[in-house]
Write a protein that binds this ligand. Structure first.
Ligand SMILES: Cc1cc2nc3c(=O)[nH]c(=O)nc-3n(C[C@H](O)[C@H](O)[C@H](O)COP(=O)(O)OP(=O)(O)OC[C@H]3O[C@@H](n4cnc5c(N)ncnc54)[C@H](O)[C@@H]3O)c2cc1C
Length: 623
């Protein structure tokens, strides 16, 4: 039977029912995903059994950087405040060399690179705080440092580099040799399966000949090193089929054959050194392969799991700055007889913004500490990226609305009229891309939904796998039935000890709500699987709503844990007036419940089917 011969990707997905193109796309991502099992807090959220205890410890953990971290952040703020002019960078479309040198001089290109390799050796928590400082001021500088450190050479090198590679590359990189990440091509956006860039082994496999063209490579026009994803010949066969191998290479841009074809320009991030890079018979030594031939997508996806935290961190800075601008403006701007902050429509936006600022910072701090403690952070990081970038976009939109015409006017024009040049218009142009790159919101929801379903697919997948014999499927049904006979009813039972001791009184009921709602989420996911079977994967809107519920629950958990730490230790928070915290918590409790109720309600009351019909008609697709 033809379907029995299809490659079985790590045992959970039956790809035989898909079109060839879609199957190839899924094969690549499933292969990159590997056999991993996520076991962090978010996995528990989707299964109806969130484990708060380890998270409480993580939230309370002190930064391992101590004075060194604070010292670096002080230096960074100084450079940004005294040597960077974000509006001029935006206007000219260039980052001055002296500023790049200043940033390199304080170690900003090697924040997480260990000291033995010439870096600062600081933690993810400090790196995220640096991203907050950058995000509050300048999208272009954020992109420069983040494309270099979050997706460029340092991150995959730290995760997968050999000692020899680390010694060879990291000291130069830490000193300011700029790096970039090159995956995207004309036909390769969110789906890497159509990669055309080829690396052919030559000279007995000691070198590769690289040919192809990469699109939108941030830092690509000024980088010394690129991490390039290229197709290499098959390295293994699975199920009798050749596996499409993708390999990650370090490419030195000074080598013959590396050509910067053009610099790309965008709506925002106007000083991005982003370009089209072509490789014409570039000879790459085999020692420059990261991890191993055929493991490129694993390198890219796992580096991105950490790397994509930089975006919500930068967004947290942006939201905090938006709140500062809002506070000042709504307290002094008077229309219709009073300050505009007193009009309820504006006051509601202020409340949302203040709560979002605290919430996003809490999520990023908590998730960064998960990374530092080497606890599973993969889903949490994706939840942060999704929630943070969507939230920041709404906040910037509200900020523009609150500033009225002055929000739409450029900072330069405001200054020329003698007004306070708040760069709201620039913020809006610069922040829109955050919902698109490093995993668009749609792709983040798909990724999170895939991970949410994984434990079920492992258990129940074989029962629906058309490639297996009837006997094997029956056995799988029996096994799954036995498991769900215990698991399913228990998702209705309250867990009186789910919220650990030590949680402040005001937060206990909120975490109980998270636990209760997590069980409802797990039940709903299970019902959806039972109802739609393998077709559930196509119900992106349904799955997206459930992912959004999980994001809200993770946010609320992070907020209460962070508030607990701040209030318990009476720590000075440089960014938050502590007296606001109880009101922020109370607001977020209510808003989360409203949002979650709406998301659950929309599972039943929605125009999804009508939208499918209408869009097919408009697009002329067959039903
Ligand atoms: C300013 C900028 C900087 C960039 N920097 C880099 C870089 O440094 N290195 C690099 O390699 N790339 C970079 N990129 C590329 C970026 O990562 C891609 O734009 C992104 O991955 C999306 O790919 P795409 O634009 O081709 O959109 P497509 O993949 O064509 O998607 C178009 C739309 O369809 C949606 N979509 C796609 N597939 C699905 C699906 N299965 N289900 C539902 N919706 C779907 C997407 O979410 C999106 O809304 C950059 C892009 C820009 C604009």
């Amino acid at each position: 039977m033809k379907t029995m011969k299809e490659p079985k990707i790590d045992g959970v997905l039956d790809l035989s029912r898909y079109s060839k193109e879609k199957r190839q796309a899924l094969e690549v991502t499933e292969e990159a995903r590997g056999k991993r099992i996520t076991n962090g807090f978010a996995t528990g959220l989707f299964l109806g059994s969130p484990k708060f205890k380890p998270l409480v410890k993580t939230a309370a953990a002190k930064s391992r950087d101590g004075e060194a971290g604070e010292h670096f952040l002080k230096l960074l703020k100084h450079v940004l405040d005294h040597h960077a002019d974000p509006d001029e960078i935006d206007r000219s479309g260039e980052i001055p060399d002296h500023l790049i040198e200043k940033l390199a001089g304080i170690g900003a290109f090697g924040i997480k690179i260990p000291r033995e390799y010439g870096g600062l050796g600081l933690s993810q928590a400090t790196y995220s705080r640096a991203a907050m400082e950058l995000g509050a001021r300048c999208g272009n500088l954020t992109a420069l440092l983040s494309a270099h450190q979050s997706i460029g050479l340092p991150q995959p090198m730290l995760q997968y580099g050999t000692d020899e590679q680390k010694k060879r590359f990291l000291p130069k990189v830490a000193r300011g040799a700029i790096t970039a990440f090159a995956l995207t091509e004309d036909e390769v956006g969110s789906d890497p399966s159509k990669l055309q860039t080829m690396a052919k082994p030559i000279e007995g496999g000691t070198r590769y000949l690289l040919n192809g063209e990469k699109l939108w490579c941030t830092n690509g026009t000024i980088a010394r090193y690129l991490v390039v994803m290229a197709r290499t010949p098959t390295v293994k066969k699975i199920g009798g089929k050749k596996r499409r191998a993708i390999t990650a290479f370090v490419v030195d841009t000074r080598w013959p054959g590396v050509e910067i074809v053009r610099r790309c320009r965008f709506m925002g991030l106007r000083a991005l050194y982003n370009g089209v890079i072509r490789f014409n018979n570039v000879r790459v030594p085999a020692e420059n392969v990261i991890l191993a031939p055929g493991k490129g997508m694993r390198v890219a996806l796992n580096a991105l799991s950490v790397g994509r935290l930089t975006l919500p961190a930068a967004c947290a800075g942006l939201v905090r700055e938006s709140l500062r601008i809002t506070r000042e403006w709504v307290s002094k701007r008077r229309q219709w007889g009073c300050e505009i902050g007193k009009h309820e429509a504006i006051a509601a936006k202020v409340a949302d913004m203040a709560a979002d600022a605290f919430a996003l910072e809490s999520m990023v701090n908590l998730t960064s500490t998960l990374v530092d403690e080497k606890v599973d952070y993969r889903l949490e990081s994706a939840l942060c990226k999704l929630w943070g970038t969507e939230t920041a976009w709404r906040v910037v939109d509200d900020l523009m609305q609150i500033r009225g015409g002055r929000g739409y006017e450029t900072a330069q024009s405001l200054a020329a009229r003698g007004e306070n040049p708040e760069p709201v218009e620039r913020f809006m142009r610069d922040s829109r891309i955050n919902r698109i790159f490093e995993g668009s919101s749609e792709i983040m929801r798909l990724y999170l939904a895939r991970e949410a379903l994984d434990p079920h697919l492992r258990l129940a997948g074989p029962a629906m796998d058309s490639r297996l014999s009837a006997g094997k499927r029956l056995l799988a049904v029996a096994k799954a039935g036995l498991h769900y006979a215990g698991w399913y009813p228990s998702r209705y039972l309250p867990h009186p000890f789910a919220v650990p001791s030590g949680i402040r009184t005001g937060s206990r009921s909120s975490l109980s709500y998270v636990e209760r709602t997590s069980r409802k989420l797990a039940r709903t996911l299970f019902h959806a699987m039972a109802r739609h079977g393998p077709a559930l994967e196509q119900r992106q809107l349904l799955l997206g709503r459930l992912v959004d519920v999980a994001a809200e629950l993770y946010m609320l958990t992070a907020v209460h844990l962070q508030a607990g730490v701040i209030l318990r230790h009476e720590a000075e928070s440089d960014s938050t007036d502590r007296s606001e915290i109880p009101a922020v918590l109370s607001f977020l409790d209510k808003r989360t419940k409203c949002r979650v109720n709406r998301l659950f309600r929309e599972l039943h009351e929605n125009p999804d089917a009508k939208a499918r019909t209408l869009s097919r008609k408009i697009l002329d697709f067959p039903n």
